[in-house]
Design a protein around this ligand. Sequence first.
Ligand code: XBP
Ligand code: MG
Length: 237
Amino acid sequence: MLEALIFDVDGTLADTERDGHRPAFNAAFAEAGLAWHWDEALYGELLAVTGGKERIRFFCERHEPEFLLEPDVASRIKALHAAKTRHYVTLCAQGIALRPGVEALLREAHAAGLRLAIATTTTPENVTALLPADVMALFEKVGAGDTVPNKKPAPDIYQWVLAQMGLPPAACLAIEDSANGLKASLAAGLATVITRTAYTDDHDFCGALALLPDLGQVTVPLLRHWHETAYGSDKKL
Ligand code: XBP
Ligand code: MG
């Protein structure tokens, strides 16, 4: 039986890469006096790596290798990332809209008795900053950031959330927006619904249970139906 929904955050609940993360990275770079600027196209490439600190290092490996030779580079990346988080939280306070259908689906699922959780690579305070308090309160568990050693596409954050909830993967559905997210959820054994974004439109979503432009038309009965197609009739479980 379907008991829980586990949501990714970035790209899934809101278009945060476009409206929050990319501008926040660029603001942090400018503040640090670095002449780095991540435009839309470059950022699309950098999204191959999840996690902000990991993404900065990946950018340097490709475009600014000499930065990695500086002493104490790990601390410099950490400081840049802390500044980026500060800018991101400010952008959230100014308002980043949830994607179509997200809030209605969360409320419908909660009212229907489904348990809700988050599995994201982003920093925990970013999640709290993004979601209005009454939406945040719908989630029973939040797995985020450096809680686990390996970020998506590793399954760690999903496995951590499942363990925290005491549920097997077959009792849950994951909702994701990206190929790295899908790899993580599938590797954790979770049937997964994809809500794609402009950044992830061309990703390979092989193995997804459903592929959608957004969550606007998604209802709890539809999710139960998809879950049933993945695992057979709920009644037999
Ligand atoms: C989201 C991300 C995040 C954000 C940055 O991946 O890749 O890294 O871009 O977050 P997913 P931090 O949606 O698959 O979880 O800078 O806080 O790490
Ligand atoms: Mg995502």
